[in-house]
Design a protein around this ligand. Structure first.
Ligand code: SIN
Length: 292
């Protein structure tokens, strides 16, 4: 038998999604029981490529949860926007759909700036798994960027300027597009109830040992111990560096796609999409540790 490059006898194969981030895994049906051997290959691909994609999946909530919890304990959250009564579900919807005037999911509309999930809390999540259920005809791409690659290519003066420093991250999202303003723009008119936490600007990935940039345009407000103007100038240079196309993969969603990203070494953003078309994705989140 001849196997295609990157594939194995059990059908498992890897296909890079972009030069510096992301890999598509084929030959795996996540609705079926995974062998330990296949799971280890998936986990290794996740660590090596930061983002994994499995297309053509037909997943119940239980299937998605079962797969996610192989990576660690799951976050349980109430979907604050949904009005759903079921508290502390391991999954929630990301959606613009409104039923009886109520949103059925979180993060409903439009573009989102680059951010790292929960970087404004002490122990941000380790990973998130997003499953495509209803996808608009165009737009609504999720763009991922590799923050190890970004750190490793920082100009020397930038690397020196951020060494050992911490930055304050905040969260403010509202339906009127609060998330469409960068954290730094919100500095001028701060959100009423910002949730915030300061983390190292450079963190070390606990599994791979690689260093990654841990700031982002959407949620990082300022660098601690610097004047506002010095902090803004430095952050803007870092944001421009980390958002370069060379570090990115833009995912064009199809129904049945399961994407999992490593929140410790990536940032992500979302492009705009038609407000009158339905977008529904189911998300499960794996808990993480305090960045060091
Ligand atoms: C998110 O930031 O978790 C949402 C991504 C998306 O809706 O594409």
């Amino acid at each position: 038998m001849t196997l295609a490059a990157g594939s194995s006898a059990d059908g498992f194969a890897l296909r890079p999604l972009a030069p510096n981030i992301g890999v598509e895994i084929t030959g795996v049906d996540l609705s079926q029981q995974l062998s330990d051997k296949v799971f280890v290959k998936i986990r290794d691909a996740f660590h090596a490529h930061c983002v994994i994609l499995l297309r053509g999946q037909d997943l119940s909530e239980a299937d998605q949860v079962d797969f996610a919890q192989k990576f660690g304990p799951l976050a349980r959250a109430v979907n604050r926007n949904s009005g759903q009564s079921e508290a502390y579900s391991p999954s929630f919807l990301i959606s613009n759909v409104r039923e009886n005037g109520q949103l059925i999911g979180a993060l409903p509309d439009g573009e989102m700036l680059f951010h790292s999930d929960q970087c404004y809390v002490e122990q941000p999540c380790m990973a998130a798994l997003l499953y495509g259920m209803e996808i608009p005809s165009h737009g609504g791409e999720t763009i991922f960027a590799n923050m190890c690659g970004a750190y490793e290519t920082l100009p020397a003066d930038l690397a020196g300027a951020i060494e050992g420093r911490r930055a304050l991250n905040i969260f403010e999202y509202n339906e009127e597009g609060g998330y469409g303003r960068s954290a730094m723009e919100m500095y001028a008119s701060p959100p009423p109830s910002a949730r915030s936490f300061a983390h190292p600007i450079v963190r070390t990935h606990p599994a791979t040992g690689r260093k990654a940039l841990y700031v982002n345009r959407g949620m990082t407000l300022c660098i601690e111990g610097m004047s506002r103007s010095d902090s803004d100038a430095l952050l803007l240079r870092i944001f421009d560096h980390q958002e370069q196309a060379q570090f990115q993969y833009a995912h064009h969603w199809r129904v049945g796609d399961l994407i999992m990203w490593d929140n410790r070494c990536t940032i992500h953003a979302r492009t705009d999409f038609p407000a009158d078309e339905r977008r529904v994705l189911r998300r499960v989140t794996v808990l993480g540790e305090a960045p060091v």
